[in-house]
Design a protein around this ligand. Structure first.
Ligand SMILES: Nc1ncnc2c1ncn2[C@@H]1O[C@H](COP(=O)(O)OP(=O)(O)OP(=O)(O)O)[C@@H](O)[C@H]1O
Ligand SMILES: [Mg+2]
Length: 366
């Protein structure tokens, strides 16, 4: 049985601005993070990610609700008494101290013996692959190296949970990608639970065991990267993570547990029945990823979606088509440019049939 490490029950946070205005940084939320997980809070700027992390760390107190860590109620427990450590976006290293002293700092203030400090600093620097950098100052390090010092400094306290607030935000794309993989393998190596904050959906998908997608102070969906991508439950999640086509339609018929027939303009299409609480006549949105659509020459089979090619863009690894569906909807289609072309190429103005696997389309009601 996996152990719950962090639990939010109805946790909310309101801030009062100087003008007296109330900001709902976090709406009442329930959340469970399990031991050993790489858990990511993903969402756009201002959605409440840092607030959620600061609530876990104890830098702010919830307006309402209960926070538990390892089963113990944490409301009013100060940050230094919690089994967590936070790594900040700007690293917050002491510029006048060298790498060794930066990492040792937390142990020095706890009055731990010199020999043990030495041993633990070397061990932490070894984990982040910075052995030999002990005497450098932060100003003599690259962005990625500073980031690793910040990590070593957090790891040396042997926290149960490491909270990381956009730790790679300051790095260029290439270094960022390299550090993503390093961080992930480091997490697996040390076995500490990571709660990671990012607004970068690709980063979240690459690194996480589970992702919580947030918007405007709400946690909209908590799931594995694959389910967040393949089975978004809301339009926001489908739109924020990757590219999605949204086709507006009306439900015509439901065969429970099997199929839903939806009219998109004058085209009837089928979607696997997975969504509860829908009825014939309901207006719904069908979400489908561009790479899940395929184009074929027109057929007379009525269950297919007929369209006209409106745009063709060659993108190297694949070709992106925009197709116009009668009735006004447009959809993007991505076709991989494989060596052996299984699909014929189409030109602007061509008539095509758009098809997809039943399971790849998702009905959204919100
Ligand atoms: N101390 C504060 N006083 C007033 N409002 C605050 C305070 N801290 C955060 N907020 C507001 O709460 C909301 C959530 O802020 P938060 O910092 O959690 O967002 P975020 O998701 O981390 O955003 P970003 O990606 O930009 O870092 C924002 O509207 C922010 O302005
Ligand atoms: Mg933030």
């Amino acid at each position: 049985m996996v152990k719950k490490l962090i639990e939010f029950s109805g946790v909310s946070k309101q801030f009062r601005e100087r003008t007296g205005e109330i900001v709902n940084a976090l709406q009442p939320s329930d959340l469970s993070i399990f031991e050993g997980e790489f858990f990511t809070l993903l969402g756009p700027s201002g959605c409440g990610k840092t607030t959620a992390l600061r609530l876990m760390a104890g830098f702010v107190q919830p307006t309402d609700g209960e926070i538990k860590i390892e089963g113990i109620k944490m409301n009013n427990v100060p940050p230094y008494r919690r089994p967590v450590n936070m790594v900040f976006q700007d690293y917050a290293l002491f510029p006048h101290l060298n790498v060794f002293e930066n990492v040792a700092f937390g142990l020095r203030i706890k009055h731990i013996q010199k020999d043990e400090i030495r041993q633990r600093v070397f061990q932490s620097l070894d984990i982040v692959q910075l052995s030999g950098f002990e005497t450098r100052r932060p100003s003599q390090l690259s962005g990625g190296q500073k980031q690793r010092v910040a990590l070593a400094r957090a790891l040396i306290n042997q926290p149960t949970v490491l909270l990381l607030d956009e730790p790679l935000g300051a790095l260029d794309l290439k270094l960022r990608r390299a550090m993503q993989l390093e961080l992930k393998s480091l997490q697996q190596q040390v076995g500490i639970t990571f709660v990671y904050v990012t607004h970068d959906q690709e980063e979240a998908l690459t690194m996480s065991d589970r992702i919580a997608v947030m918007s405007a102070g709400r946690i909209l969906q908590v799931d594995t990267p694959m389910n967040i991508y393949e089975r978004p439950t809301t339009r926001f999640v489908a739109d924020f993570v990757g590219e999605t086509n949204f086709l507006n339609g009306k439900i015509e018929k439901i065969i429970p547990g099997e199929l839903v027939k939806v009219m998109i303009g004058s085209n009837p299409v089928d979607v696997r029945h997975r969504t509860n609480g829908i009825r014939p006549g309901d207006l719904v949105t069908i979400a489908i990823r561009p790479e899940k659509l395929t184009l074929m020459p027109p057929t007379s089979r009525s269950e297919k979606l007929l369209a006209t090619v409106a745009e063709v863009t060659y993108l190297g690894t694949d070709t992106r088509y925009i197709v116009q569906i009668p009735g006004g909807e447009k959809a993007a289609v991505r076709v991989q440019n494989t060596g052996i072309k299984r699909t014929p190429s189409f030109l602007v103005g061509d008539q095509v049939t758009v098809s997809y696997d039943l399971d790849d389309a998702q009905i959204l009601t919100s």
